[in-house]
Design a binder for this molecule. Structure first.
Ligand SMILES: *Cc1c(COP(=O)(O)O)cnc(C)c1O
Length: 361
């Protein structure tokens, strides 16, 4: 048996999803005639408190579609230096949309410093600088350890952007994790945003597909962009059926994933070879470093650790530069966390025996 903590994208569809997919009523969605896709889109728009929604193949397609819809060629979109859009989406905004990404440092919680953000916004008065059209937020924030931006932060950042004439797009791949962790209705959390992308295919366990939500006018224009990107699917209700189950049955249980991640983080933080503040773990993502005494373990040794750990039946992922990531999800229960902790402890003691407990001065 393998305990796969690389990502919440490895989740298998639930039996209810497979059943719903089997029985899904379908039609040609490019004609707008797939009743199951239409039902998922209505449900998504309603849950997020927006007028309309669009089913897309992936989170990347959702974010790229949003940017190409909001931002004219040659204009800029502000993204965090740790943002998924900036680091992990193949440069799609530049490549396909002629959009300049304007990078502002993320705070450790995944948000922005208000003054730094305000200073990064430009208008059309100076021919030297591309005018800013869009602010992109990420909630929860993957590279910032799954931190959830609070309702107050969301409201303040959207307010600042709107006051300067920008639109706001939320990369909410895990927005339901944020809502559950904060105890705030998801519609309230994104109330001020102009568009939101979220992924039923992550912790909500659906096999394929993401949604983009926003105003009716925005979604009409986004639908055109999706077609251009090759995302006009035909009997997509087969996939959308699982998304409906994800929204109806899989949201509340995310709290279990959060508890499991916290349990893992607390166990890891007790190991002398692990550098991690367990108190910062708020949702289903745990990011940590390894240390040999005082020295942070370099990337090559971390890669070796991952290979050795794999032999023990536990998979984690690397985020580069010695940062390791574990993600809890549907299918991972408390005993799996306990077994993973034991395997990690064994592997670290074999690799870094000098830092065993007792040697700490
Ligand atoms: C996974 C993820 C995406 C993209 O989703 P894909 O379906 O993998 O393209 C976007 N943003 C964040 C924060 C993610 O974690």
């Amino acid at each position: 048996m393998v305990i796969d903590l690389r990502s919440d994208t490895v989740t298998q569809p639930t039996p209810a999803m497979r059943e719903a997919m089997y029985h899904a009523e379908v039609g040609d969605d490019v004609y707008g005639e797939d009743p199951t896709v239409n039902r998922l889109q209505e449900l998504a728009a309603q849950r997020l408190g927006k007028e309309a929604a669009l089913f897309v193949t992936s989170g990347t397609m959702g974010n790229t579609t949003a940017m190409l819809t909001h931002v004219p060629r040659g204009a800029a979109a502000i993204v965090g230096d740790q943002a998924h859009i900036y680091r992990y989406e193949g440069g799609g905004a530049a490549r396909l949309g002629g959009i300049q990404l304007w990078v502002v440092p993320n705070q450790p919680d995944g948000g922005f410093d208000q003054e730094q953000l305000a200073a990064a916004i430009t208008d059309e008065s100076d021919e030297h600088t591309p005018p800013t059209a869009l602010l992109c937020l990420e909630n929860t924030h993957n590279r910032c350890g799954g931190r959830a931006l609070s309702l107050e932060q969301m409201t303040a950042l959207c307010g600042l952007a709107h006051a300067r004439g920008l639109k706001v797009h939320v990369d909410g791949a895990r927005i339901f994790n944020a809502a559950v962790a904060l105890g705030v209705p998801v519609s309230q959390l994104v109330a001020e945003a102009d568009s939101v992308m979220f992924c039923p295919s992550k912790g909500l366990s659906a096999p394929v597909g993401s949604l983009l939500v926003g105003s009716r006018d925005f979604i009409e224009r986004a639908r055109w962009v999706r077609k251009v990107l090759g995302g006009g699917l035909r009997q997509a209700g087969i996939l959308a059926a699982a998304g409906i189950v994800a929204l109806e049955q899989m949201v509340e249980r995310l709290a279990e994933d959060h508890a499991h991640a916290r349990l893992l983080a607390e166990g890891l933080a007790d190991l002398p070879q692990v550098k991690l503040d367990a108190q910062r773990v708020q949702t289903n993502i745990v990011i940590f470093r390894l240390q040999d005494g005082e020295r942070v373990l370099p990337e090559e040794r971390c890669a070796e650790f991952l290979v050795r750990l794999k032999d023990e039946g536990v998979l984690l992922s690397s985020m580069g530069n010695g940062l390791l990531r574990a993600v809890s999800h549907y299918g991972i229960e408390r005993p799996h966390i306990e077994m993973a902790l034991l395997a990690i402890k064994r592997t670290l003691e074999a690799m870094l025996p000098r830092t065993r407990v007792g040697r700490l001065s």
